[in-house]
Design a protein around this ligand. Structure first.
Ligand code: SAM
Length: 316
């Protein structure tokens, strides 16, 4: 098992330290108001919309860090101004990480305090930082987290879907074939699935999810913690239809029920969808294909239902 190296001051939460059992923190630990955090890399979560979701410990660490490494210095500069914190900022993002990492590691190895933040939410969750963390671990530099908001967990909480086991799948590939291939990999996972998605691709992504995963229950959670926070909960195809013409505004998390937790679409609903498709001019074959894709029911069964419908009722 890996152990955290103690800092020069010997005050980090090491395996031999007593547990933190109250909110004030024990003597000299990072998080004690006004104290300089002990040396090390701090992965600091920041609000995903509501400024008041910043934690007290995040305030202490950001104020006490020698440098705050961030994706975009303008975004984090604005956040720190709003929080009334002055800090030295340095960019650390997907495009400069390999070049910027050595300087951060040198600072850390010299006993410095580095805070890593992303534009919003929890660093490393679909955001940069993993290689920096790994390099610190390899060098015996203390790494600790200052937990806080994350859109993935907030979306899961509000989805109304089973939460005891979930799989965070990040962003899907932007194009259909790649997206469907990844969804196919996830199809059998016995877990609620959590995705990030850009608002303009939400409808397409939901349609592909319905086609590949079946018409499971799902939720689209947008603008979490913000003024216009909204969670739409419905089967995947209904959500795809809802957003086909008007994409959701703002930032979005998609949450999808595990296999077997889908909306129970019974024979009446299938018949109603077939009737509607045929009334709109689809052939029996096309209507069956459409309804099979919408509902996740085998095409063969839907076709048989369509034939029964045309013959004027249930013969079984
Ligand atoms: N690391 C961040 C976190 O822990 O929340 C996520 C960063 S990822 C690059 C950005 C994506 O997170 C957005 O495209 C969106 O899918 C989701 N997201 C971020 N803030 C959100 C919010 N307030 N409401 C809904 N989704 C959000």
């Amino acid at each position: 098992m890996e152990r955290q190296r103690r800092s020069a001051s010997g005050t980090r939460n090491g395996a031999n330290d007593p547990p933190l059992d109250d909110e004030t923190g024990a003597e000299g630990r990072p998080g004690r108001p006004g104290s300089k955090p002990a040396a090390g890399l701090y992965l600091v979560a920041t609000p995903i919309g509501n400024l008041r979701d910043i934690t007290l410990r995040a305030l202490d660490v950001l104020a006490g860090a020698d440098v705050v490494a961030c994706e975009d210095t303008r975004v984090t500069g604005k956040l720190l101004r709003l929080l009334g914190i002055k800090a030295s900022l340095t960019p650390y993002h997907d495009h400069n990480a390999d070049k910027a990492r050595p300087a951060l590691l040198a600072k850390l190895e010299a006993g410095g305090v580095v805070a890593l933040v992303s534009d919003a939410g929890t660093p490393l969750v679909s955001d940069p930082g993993f290689r920096l963390v790994r390099a610190c671990i390899e060098r015996g530099v203390t790494v600790t987290a200052v937990p806080g908001p994350s859109a993935a967990l907030t979306g899961l909480q509000l989805s109304g879907l089973p939460s005891e086991r979930f799989l965070f799948a990040g962003f899907l590939p932007p194009r259909g074939a790649g997206r469907r291939a990844v969804l196919k990999e996830l199809e059998a996972a016995p877990a609620t699935l959590v995705f990030f998605e850009s608002p303009n691709r939400v409808a397409e992504a939901l349609g592909d999810m319905a086609t590949v995963l079946g018409n499971r229950d799902a939720a689209v959670a947008r603008e979490l913690t913000k003024l216009y926070e909204e969670v739409a909960r419905a089967p995947l195809f209904d959500l795809a239809n809802r957003y086909a013409e008007t994409p959701p505004r703002g930032e979005v998390v998609i949450v999808v029920a595990p296999p077997g937790e889908g909306a129970a679409i019974g024979p009446e609903e299938i018949e109603a969808r077939l009737r509607a498709a045929i009334a709109e001019g689809s052939s029996v074959k096309d209507a069956s294909a459409l309804v099979a894709a919408e509902t996740g029911h085998p095409r063969r069964d839907v076709y048989a239902a369509a034939l029964r419908l045309l013959r004027g009722g249930n013969e079984e």
